[in-house]
Write a protein of this length. Structure first.
Length: 623
């Protein structure tokens, strides 16, 4: 019996051992299967876990890992933020780590595509909460091909290149983003207390440097340093700049500004004491450390803005700056001297229209424009209220050269411009011993032709004739008159202008002539008491002068009164276009007189009656 019982115990122990062995074998096989398929199981678990996060539509595939590294073929997800929706898709993701120390060393991504729809809400755009510290939970992140598309209200901003992000000492972050044309180096201090962005043009050439300090505090400081020309070119070409802003920048032909801006530096400094609830900023444009333009701005309560601008530069530099937008005729102008100074004051209260004023003064201006030469001129532009868009213009030119030996003085202009309307209150200059002035008028600049009236006062006939460079003709006396002007597309039209003598005078012709011709004899020393002229001038250069002279020569016909009716026609294509009187008036008078000798009718009963040379049947053109 005892032997039988012992055998049964042995059998039970053997069965138990076999059962344990089989169980251990099954568990071992199960563990091996689980370990063999660990990536698939972990991928399923991870994908289910991601569905319970704030990520939308998470998806991943191709997960594999061991004790030192993990790889992922693809992963994509979406994320909603207060500033818009973000979509991320990555391929060929690999990472290596130290499980015992719980450290991720490097993450490399073959291709990453980020699409962000930037649509900030009012709450997001005005948020002033403290910044959350930024840290990089790994040693290095490298992306071989990075594509970023940001859809903004101002158009698409994009980047296509590569990225390399490293963790530096004390958890600082160094990042480089590089595409075919530019390199962006970003340095973030530990705790996001400061940041520095340097943008360079490849293969070499600094574009700008942006630096921010005390970002972890309410009081922050931001500064920008850049070459003005390089910054404008970057804004007009870099795909990082939204499309609408790039297009606006390209509307300016930057190449025309190269000579002026190539050596000009822009500096901008801004600071806030309360997380941008208030802001003070200053921008300065310098050349050779000399300030050209300075603007400072103060903002309170995020909406009330006060701005002040100052301009101080040489007139030649200011002219070079605006020359690309001047008419083609201004291309040959030269500015030899002068200074430009300007001021701007702007106030924009909360929920109200902006108000302010602006002034621009040009002093000691020396300018040459064709035959005209300006010296020691003063020009002022004043905008008393920006909201009204009205500009007051005044100009004072002590000396104005209009050609060889022709000098005008004391040019004074006062006018107001608003909404394509120029209100002329004064435009006068001293010339030929008298004055010439444009009559006050209101001119609609978009309407052609523009109608103006040029009025002459007490012009000295002697100086006028001397300016014509006709040595054989001289005279005395003064004249006055009005010339109706029609201006259109650079052309001038004078219709039925009238000129009359205001004082008796003497007209003398001492050139060669037929001494048997009574008209020439009279013109040797014609004492006139009346001078009348009708003036017409066409844009093609044709002119017609209907001149009547009444007087006498004491040595001809015993001083009997004479009347000359001269119709002078010709073509002076540059008479008013160049501001220089031209043509051959002497020849015209001679031809007019020779065409038909004076027909003098003497009456003994009317010794004071007019003796008039009759005009020819038709006008003759001067050759």
């Amino acid at each position: 019996m005892k032997l039988s019982a012992g055998k049964n115990d042995l059998k039970r122990r053997s069965s138990l051992l076999r059962a344990v062995a089989i169980t251990l074998l099954v568990l071992t096989l199960f563990c091996l299967a689980v370990w063999w398929q660990r990536a698939v199981l972990f991928e399923l678990i991870l994908q289910q876990a991601l569905k319970h996060t704030a990520l939308s539509s998470p998806s991943l595939s191709g997960l594999s890992f061991d004790y030192k590294q993990a790889k992922l073929a693809e992963i994509s997800f979406g994320m909603a933020t207060p500033a818009g929706d973000l979509a991320v898709a990555m391929q060929d993701v690999a990472t290596d780590y130290d499980i015992e120390k719980r450290i991720i060393h490097n993450v490399s991504i073959g291709h990453a595509a980020l699409k962000f729809n930037y649509r900030p809400t009012d709450q997001a755009s005005t948020q002033t909460a403290e910044n959350t510290p930024i840290s990089l939970p790994l040693d290095r992140l490298s992306i071989a091909k990075l594509e970023i598309d940001i859809d903004t209200p101002w158009g698409l901003s994009s980047f296509a290149g590569k990225a390399d992000i490293k963790r530096g000492a004390a958890d600082a972050i160094d990042a480089r983003f590089q595409d075919a044309r530019q390199s962006l180096d970003l340095n973030i201090a530990p705790g996001f207390s400061a940041a520095k962005l340097n943008v360079e043009r490849l293969p070499s050439g600094n574009i700008f440097e942006l630096e921010a300090q005390q970002l972890d505090r309410p009081a922050k400081q931001i500064s920008l340093h850049a070459g003005a020309l390089g910054l404008i070119e970057w804004f007009s070409s870099s795909l990082l700049i939204p499309q609408t802003l790039r297009t606006k920048t390209r509307t300016y032909d930057v190449s025309k500004l190269n000579p002026l801006l190539s050596a000009t530096q822009l500096s901008v400094n801004a600071k806030t004491a309360d997380n941008f609830a208030s802001l003070y900023a200053e921008a300065v444009l310098k050349r050779n450390k000399q300030s050209l333009v300075a603007v400072d701005m103060a903002m309170a309560n995020k909406q009330t803005i006060d701005m002040n601008g100052r301009l101080d530069m040489a007139a030649s530099e200011a002219f070079d700056l605006i020359k690309p937008w001047l008419p083609a005729m201004a291309a040959s102008w030269t500015v030899a001297g002068g200074a430009v100074q300007g001021n701007l004051q702007l106030h924009k209260p909360s929920n109200q229209d902006a108000s302010g004023a602006a002034q621009l003064a040009i002093t000691d201006l020396a300018l040459t424009a064709g035959a005209a030469k300006v010296e020691k001129a003063k020009v002022e532009l004043n905008i008393p209220e920006l909201a009204n868009r009205a500009v007051d213009l005044s100009a004072e030119v002590p000396t104005l050269g209009l050609g060889k030996d022709l000098i005008a003085r004391n040019l004074n202009v006062k006018a107001r411009y608003v909404d394509q309307t120029l209100t002329l209150s004064q435009a006068s200059l001293a010339l030929f011993g008298g004055t010439m002035e444009l009559m006050p008028d209101t001119i609609r600049l978009e309407q052609t032709p523009m109608l103006l009236t040029l009025r002459l006062h007490d012009v000295d006939l002697s100086q006028l004739l001397m300016s014509l460079n006709y040595p054989n003709i001289s005279g005395t006396g003064t004249i006055a008159g009005e010339l109706p002007l029609q201006l259109s597309a650079g052309a001038i039209d004078v219709q039925d202008g009238s000129i009359s003598g205001t004082q008796p005078g003497v007209l003398r012709y001492v050139g060669p002539a037929d001494n048997q011709n009574i008209a020439f004899k009279a013109l040797r020393n014609l004492v006139y008491r009346n001078l009348q002229a009708k003036v017409n001038y066409r844009p093609n250069g044709d002119y017609h002068l209907g001149l009547r002279l009444e007087g006498n020569n004491p040595e001809v016909l015993s001083g009997h009164p004479l009347a000359f009716n001269l119709n002078i026609s010709g073509q002076l294509p540059e008479l008013l276009q160049r501001g220089i009187l031209a043509g051959d008036l002497e020849r015209t008078i001679l031809e007019q007189a020779i065409a038909k000798p004076a027909n003098l009718e003497k009456s003994p009963n009317t010794p004071t009656g007019d003796q008039s040379p009759k005009p020819p049947p038709a006008d003759r053109r001067s050759q």
